[in-house]
Design a protein around this ligand. Structure first.
Ligand code: GCU
Length: 612
C-alpha cells in the first residue's frame, strides 16, 4: 500500500463511518448495512451519464493530499478553472483525455493495462428535475472503491467493485453544467474484498453504467415479488417505500395473470403481501417473464419477473418442485473477443450463447457479482458469488462489514431475477474457526433476506487415504448446497488418477462440483499427456466427467471455465502470456476440443443425469 493511499485511507476512515459487528459476533448483533441503490431505475425518469468521461491518472493521490500527505482543502474534486491568468491551478479536466464509461480503464489504454491506483473521472451534465421531485445519482459499479463529489461537494464513498450504489442529490443540482467528479481507486488491500491475491486481473474503473434518476417525493425503493417457497399458487413479497410519512396504499399488479393486491404500508413505508396468482413457472426450458407493476400514490414502476420456486430435499435440488441436475459452466466477466470487463447486454448474450451451445441449464458467475445485464439476460440458472476468495482478513471487522454490505447489495440488485437460485458466500477459503464464523454470518444474512434462494460456497476437500477423498468442511453443515472445487488431473496428478478415486461427503446434501479443469492453449496440440495441449484438456474432461458422475449426491457441475481470462498469475510464454487458459473457448472465441467433449456429455446427461 503506497504512503499516499494509506494517508488517503486514514482520512476517509476519519470521514466515513463504518459500523461493523466485532469479529466473531454473529449476525444477531447487528443487521447488515442497507443497500443504497434504488430498484427499478430502468423504469424511472432520468438521464444516463454513460459515454466519455475526462480522466486524470493519479498514482500519488495528488488530487486529494498535499506534499505533506495532508488532506487538501482544494483538490481535483473542486473541478476548478483559473478565475484569471494569475490563478495557479495545475489540472484541467476539460483538456484531459477521456475514457469510456462503462468500462475498465486497463483495456482502454495500453499504458493502463496493469495500472492499479487512483484515476479521477469527471464530466458535466444538465438536469432540471420536476418541481418537488427527488434526484439520485446511481452507479452500477466502481472498481474497487469510489468517492463522489457533485459541484465540489462530497456526496460519499463506496467500497466494493461489483455492486451498485447511489447518493441522493435532491436540491444539490444546478440546471446546467453540473460537475460530477469520481475518484476511483482499485488499489488491492489485505483487508479488502477481494484481498491482495486473486487469479483474475484487478480491472479498475467505472465498470458499469451511471444514471441520474428522478423520483416523486414518496417512491418504491425496493420490493421482492416471487412465488411462496412451498406454494406455487401464491405470490409473496414485500415493498419498501422511501419518503413515506404515514401508512400508504401500494398496489401490486400482474396484469397478464389478472392478479392484483393493494396493501397498506406501516409508518416506515414497509409492507408484506401474499396473494393468489396463476402464473406459468419460469425455468430454462420455458423462461416466461411477467410484467409486474407497483403503484404508490403518483409513483408507478414496473419490472419483468419470472416466477419459480427453488428448494432442496435430501440430496436433490428442486426447481418448481421437481429434482433438477445443473449442467453448468463457470465464467468470469471478461468480454468475449475484446477482453476486459463485459459491460453490455450483447457481451452477456455472447457468453450465455456459448453456454447454451454447450447444453448448459446453469452458469456459475465467478467470483464476484457480474453485471445485471447478465442476470437479466440469463435464461439459465445462476450461481452468484461475492469476492470472499482464498485467504482474507477473517478477524477484521471492516472486512466483515464489507462482505456483508457486498452481499446485501448483490441480493437487493437481483432480488427479482428468477435466474439467480444460488448465493455463494465464498470460494476456496482455508478452514479455521474465524473463517467459518465469518462465513456463517454471511449465510445467516443471505437467509435473512427471505427470498427463498439456496446458499452455497465453493469448498475444498482432503484425502482420507491415497484413493479416498473426503468433503467434510465444517461450513458444509450451514449450506443448502455444497460446492466442491477439485483439480484432480491438473494440480493433483494426471487425468488417469480420476478413475482411481472414490468420494465421500459428510453431508447428505446436494453437491455441485463448482470447479475442475485444465489449461490448454487453443491450437496447441500433442498427445493426451502433453500439458497445455487441447488433447490433454479433452482427456481430462472425459476422465473428470466419468469420475464426478460417481460422487454420491452430485446434482450439478460447473467446470472451470467457459472462456480464457486475464490473470497476472499466468506468465508462461507462448502459452499463457498473462491469461488463464482453462477456458473451453479462447478469448477470441476459438473453441477447443474439450468444448465438444462437454457438449456431448451434457447431451447425454440431459436425457439421464448422473444422480446417486
Ligand atoms: C481456483 C480458483 C480459480 C482459479 C482456478 C485455477 O480453483 O477458484 O479462481 O482460476 O483455480 O487455478 O485456474
Amino acid at each position: 500500500m503506497t504512503m499516499a493511499s494509506a494517508a488517503a485511507r486514514a482520512m476517509f476512515a476519519a470521514m466515513a463511518l463504518v459500523a461493523a459487528a466485532p469479529a466473531g459476533a454473529r449476525a444477531a448483533t447487528a443487521p447488515p448495512p442497507a443497500a443504497t441503490a434504488l430498484a427499478f431505475t430502468d423504469a424511472r425518469a432520468g438521464i444516463s451519464l454513460d459515454g466519455p468521461w475526462h480522466v486524470i491518472v493519479d498514482p500519488y493521490e495528488n488530487g486529494l493530499i498535499d506534499y505533506r500527505s495532508q488532506p487538501r482543502a482544494h483538490g481535483y474534486f473542486d473541478d476548478a478553472k483559473p478565475k484569471d491568468r494569475s490563478e495557479l491551478i495545475e489540472y484541467d479536466f476539460a483538456r484531459s483525455p477521456t475514457l469510456a464509461v462503462p468500462g475498465d480503464w486497463n483495456t482502454q489504454r495500453p499504458d493502463l493495462l496493469y495500472y492499479e491506483g487512483t484515476i479521477w473521472y469527471q464530466r458535466r451534465f444538465d438536469f432540471a428535475p420536476r418541481a418537488g421531485n427527488r434526484v439520485f445519482v446511481q452507479f452500477g459499479a466502481a472498481a474497487q472503491r469510489a468517492t463522489v463529489w457533485l459541484n465540489g461537494k462530497r456526496l460519499g464513498d463506496h467500497e466494493g467493485g461489483f455492486t451498485p450504489f447511489a447518493f441522493e442529490v435532491t436540491g444539490r443540482l444546478v440546471p446546467r453544467g453540473n460537475s460530477i467528479v469520481v475518484k476511483v481507486d482499485n488499489t488491492r488491500r489485505a483487508d479488502a474484498l477481494p484481498a491482495l491475491n486473486t487469479d483474475w486481473w484487478n480491472y479498475g474503473g467505472l465498470t458499469r453504467g451511471v444514471r441520474v434518476v428522478e423520483t416523486p417525493p414518496v417512491f418504491v425503493r425496493d420490493a421482492l415479488v416471487q412465488l411462496g417457497p412451498d406454494d406455487a399458487g401464491q405470490v409473496r413479497g414485500f415493498v419498501r417505500l422511501d419518503g413515506a410519512r404515514a401508512a400508504t396504499r401500494v398496489t401490486i399488479d400482474i396484469p397478464e395473470a389478472r392478479a392484483t393486491i393493494t396493501v397498506t404500508t406501516d409508518g416506515a413505508g414497509h409492507a408484506r403481501f401474499a396473494f393468489p396468482a396463476r402464473v406459468a413457472p419460469w425455468s430454462p426450458a420455458s423462461p416466461r417473464l411477467y410484467e409486474v407493476t407497483f403503484r404508490a400514490g403518483v409513483d408507478h414502476v414496473r419490472d419483468r419477473v419470472g416466477f419459480r420456486t427453488v428448494g432442496v430435499r435430501g440430496r436433490d435440488i428442486l426447481l418448481n418442485g421437481k429434482p433438477m441436475f445443473l449442467r453448468g459452466i463457470s465464467l468470469h466477466e471478461e468480454a468475449l473477443g475484446r477482453g476486459g470487463r463485459a459491460t453490455t447486454r450483447a457481451d452477456a448474450e455472447a457468453l450465455l450463447g456459448l453456454a447454451k451451445e454447450l447444453g448448459c441449464n446453469f452458469v456459475r458467475l465467478a467470483h464476484y457479482p457480474h453485471g445485471d445485464e447478465m442476470t437479466r439476460a440469463a435464461e439459465l440458472l445462476v450461481w452468484s458469488e461475492i469476492p470472499v476468495y482464498w485467504t482474507i482478513a477473517w478477524s477484521n471487522p471492516d472486512t466483515l462489514a464489507s462482505a456483508r454490505r457486498q452481499l446485501t447489495e448483490e441480493l437487493a440488485r437481483d432480488r427479482n431475477r428468477a435466474s439467480v437460485i444460488l448465493w455463494s458466500v465464498g470460494n476456496e477459503t482455508p478452514v479455521s474457526e474465524p473463517r467459518t464464523r465469518f462465513l456463517r454470518t454471511l449465510v445467516d444474512d443471505a437467509r435473512a433476506a427471505g427470498d427463498g434462494r439456496l446458499v452455497t460456497a465453493a469448498l475444498e476437500h482432503h484425502y482420507v487415504d491415497a484413493r479416498t477423498v473426503m468433503l467434510d468442511d465444517p461450513l458444509g453443515a450451514a449450506l443448502d448446497v455444497v460446492g466442491l472445487n477439485e483439480y484432480v488431473g491438473w494440480y493433483d496428478g494426471l487425468p488417469a488418477k480420476c478413475a482411481t478415486l472414490s468420494w465421500r461427503c459428510a453431508y447428505d446434501k446436494p453437491i455441485v462440483v463448482s470447479e475442475f479443469g485444465a489449461d490448454a492453449k487453443a491450437g496447441h496440440h500433442g498427445d493426451a499427456l502433453t500439458r497445455f495441449s487441447e488433447e490433454f484438456q479433452a482427456d481430462l474432461y472425459r476422465q473428470q466427467l466419468a469420475m464426478v458422475a460417481r460422487i454420491p449426491g452430485l446434482r450439478g457441475v460447473s467446470p472451470w471455465i467457459l472462456v480464457d481470462f486475464r490473470s497476472p498469475r499466468r506468465p508462461l510464454p507462448g502459452i499463457q502470456d498473462g491469461w488463464n487458459r482453462k477456458g473451453l473457448v479462447a478469448e477470441d472465441g476459438t473453441k477447443k476440443q474439450a468444448f465438444e467433449v462437454l457438449r456431448d456429455a451434457y447431451r447425454a446427461w440431459a436425457a439421464s443425469p448422473p444422480s446417486r
